[in-house]
Design a protein. Sequence first.
Length: 252
Amino acid sequence: MSKYEIQIREIVNMQGSITVLELARALSVSDQTIRRVVRPLVERGEIAKVHGALVSNRSPIDPPFMSRMSQNKLAKIAIARSLLDLIKDGDRIAIDTGSTSAFAAQALRERRYLTVVTNSAFVASTLSMVPGNNVSMAGTQLRHHDGASFDRSAFEIIERIHVDYALLSASLVDERKGFLVHEQCEVDMATAMLENSSKTIMAVDHSKFLPQNRKPSLKQPELKPGDYLLTDKPILRQFQHLTSSLDVVVAE
């Protein structure tokens, strides 16, 4: 294995996903060199290539948040990449703590001069290192299992900053109740983000439309007509009444 192959594999495993251009900048080589070197890595199954991004095949371990990051990974990355068609340089965005939102933050490293407010330490650290970004971490007390904050100061910061988009997620989509989560603090945070945004983007992969053993019961705030739903497969017929007023984007 060449020096570049080792370096690329290590960087991809560390980042989870990264674009060819980002790798070229990190290693100070051309994008053509990166494409040539990664080809055998992809063929051997050591990394994957999805929608222009290089993705780690290594299974994250230990924290529950990292475990969720490994579930339906390729679907979440596809959704995250589709977000780039909506978010442009200079936009303002509030981002929640879901695992799909974490992949979205990684994809948004391609954008510049974003104003970001989030209660996720993962999202904040991912986007704060991008030149020109203005990132506000909402909250001071972080939960041990996902690095999220729901303390009083988190809500105060979210409520002070008006954004173009609020990026939300859900644990399950119920055909009668809509988008559901497990904890009331998640509903309260989503409500605060939605009320201070011009548009809301709900990002859920296809697995959230399927039955689950541990079913959440708390309903996310209602989306407005013209808000976005990002997913990775066409909406099943029994859910289409929930999404008929939304701008549905199916990532390919």
